[in-house]
Design a protein around this ligand. Sequence first.
Ligand SMILES: C[S@@+](CC[C@H](N)C(=O)[O-])C[C@H]1O[C@@H](n2cnc3c(N)ncnc32)[C@H](O)[C@@H]1O
Length: 306
Amino acid sequence: MHEPVLLEEVLVGLAVKPGGHYIDGTLGGGGHARAILEQAGPKGRLLGIDRDPHALALAQARLADLPNATLARGNFSEMKTLAQQHGLGGVDGVLLDIGVSSMQLDTPERGFSFQADAPLDMRMDPDIPRSAADWANQISESDLADVLWRFGEERASRRIARFIVEARQRAPIRTTSELAELVVRAKGGQRGRIHPATQTFQALRVAVNNELGALEEGIESALSLLKSGGRLAVISFHSLEDRIVKQRMAAHVGRRESLEAGGERWIVSPPRVKWIVKTPAMAGETEMKRNPRARSARLRVVERID
Ligand SMILES: C[S@@+](CC[C@H](N)C(=O)[O-])C[C@H]1O[C@@H](n2cnc3c(N)ncnc32)[C@H](O)[C@@H]1O
């Protein structure tokens, strides 16, 4: 079962209150959702969204005793429509805990991990048309290099793209092991502790699931759903995501600049949010030891003020 990261920090960051209405846009195993609902009490309400039907089924079982949880399959980028469909207007808090869950990573046939040999899939929503194998076999060498560079920050992106294109001319790439072995060869073997295919797998996953596009839209949707005083908490797991979270949130924070002629003016006007957690909160030693996933987790929180 997926262990929720930064749980205490999320509950404090969202300032969960009895009777409050919340949206968990990344329900996963329902760990955060359960804790939010328990704190919101019998009059509270939570809409839990996930694009993965397997995650929804698991969360449904985990939250079965909580009648005030409503679960919906969908992309959190469409949170506004989903909230309307389920009769939620302004809400007191939204949580996005992005990325993959332990269940997704640990189910070999989902194809997210190079630790097990399985079809190269990586779709969080199994109904989206292109799997990671489709991406690896169909896009041009330069687009592939671009994806590896932009979404994986992979320095050997061109070399890996060339190896992939040469290999697929002989036979299509079908499995996680085939891709991992190709990357290891392209990078000249494994040197450090981190597997050489880590960034390639991250890049393909981000591309397949349009993770960064969904994140940008999700933040905007969430902010538009918050009541005044409502809070948005986002947990990210790598620098690309955290940069987007920081920039999208900062774009709505009020800031003043001094004028040469004296006085000040708002740069962002009118400000829609204020920072609650600007410097990202990170897990403490104990949590990191207990849950290695927590090592790279970063939490930022803003509050709607208009
Ligand atoms: C890190 S897990 C969330 C774990 C959850 N907070 C818990 O306590 O169990 C991320 C989940 O978000 C889902 N997800 C990722 N991107 C999504 C998106 N754009 N829309 C909806 N769900 C998404 C994934 O399918 C996965 O189940």
